[in-house]
Design a protein around this ligand. Structure first.
Ligand SMILES: [Zn+2]
Length: 282
């Protein structure tokens, strides 16, 4: 929260604040997936694997390019913190900030999860969202945000003085270290800002502070993705549970999350995502 201003408004303040807002990154030029092609591919696929993510823990899953996966709410409302990596190069990973700039503060069907520079390609496209009815509520809250980062033990220590070892950052680090067979202090550098699956968040209208409210997800709700490259996903079942009260503690009621992976024909028109065509001048 910012302190009261120390400087009085200039005489032309009204004119200065009346400038027209311009959308920074209009995403309309980004090709959109053909909905009927997605539905046909969905009808022809079979489930070939599933990973159950225990509460206050994380698990890795792999999805080949052109295949679907779903993150499903089971047992009760639960927030999931999702990291995505290019399976061939774990340093190419989800770029939350640019995804937010392109698609807005919360993601849903049709939005893509972009990768870090210099690659800047779609790692995955969201193909279905059973919570798309939620939109934005009267508090300005929405579901599946890319504005939060992930709960982490460092911020928790800063704010409370306590050490908590099952923050999403910690869980994601341990799971990726186990997958990569590398020390936690090395792979921790690859853990990144997440897609907050099923989390309901926004900014307060008066102070624009980040807020959360209980997730509206219920068992059976899911978010479905199409992998646009070979993916390594890491999903943490947040220790905040439905994130309706607090996180980074063992007090919230937590539930597992289920990841389902499918195999079948890719949607007609789908193409493997290529890295950015930008070339530095020589
Ligand atoms: Zn968390």
């Amino acid at each position: 929260m910012k302190p009261p201003p120390l400087h009085s408004a200039p005489v032309d303040a009204a004119e200065r604040v009346s400038a027209r807002p311009v959308v920074c990154y209009p995403p309309e030029v980004i090709p959109i997936l053909d909905r009927s092609a997605v539905e046909s591919a969905r009808a022809a696929r079979t489930k070939v694997g599933e990973v159950l993510v225990p509460p206050r823990d994380a698990r890795v899953f792999q999805v080949p390019a052109g295949q679907f996966f779903r993150i499903i709410s089971v047992e009760g409302a639960q927030v999931g913190d999702l990291n995505l990596h290019n399976a061939g190069d774990l340093t190419e990973r989800f770029f939350s900030g640019k995804t937010r700039a392109l698609h807005g503060t919360h993601l849903s069907t049709g939005d893509r999860m972009w990768s870090t520079l210099p690659h800047l390609r779609s790692l995955a496209t969201i193909t279905d969202d059973t919570l798309d009815w939620y939109g934005y509520d009267s508090d300005g809250g929405g579901v599946h945000d890319v504005i939060g980062t992930r709960c982490d033990p460092y911020t928790h220590q800063l704010l409370t003085g306590d050490d908590y070892h099952h923050c999403c950052h910690s869980n994601l680090t341990r799971a990726l270290a186990n997958y990569a067979a590398r020390p936690e202090h090395e792979v921790e550098l690859l853990v990144h800002d997440v897609l907050n699956v099923f989390m309901c968040t926004g900014f307060t209208r008066d102070t624009h502070q980040y807020f959360m409210k209980a997730s509206p997800a219920r068992p059976g709700d899911y978010l479905e993705f199409l992998a646009d490259v070979d993916l390594v996903g890491v999903l943490s079942a947040c220790p905040g549970g439905d994130c309706g009260d607090e996180h980074s503690s063992d007090t919230a009621i937590c539930h597992p999350l289920l990841v389902e992976i499918f195999d079948g024909p890719s949607p007609v028109g789908w193409k493997l995502a290529e890295p950015s065509a930008y070339v530095w001048p020589t």
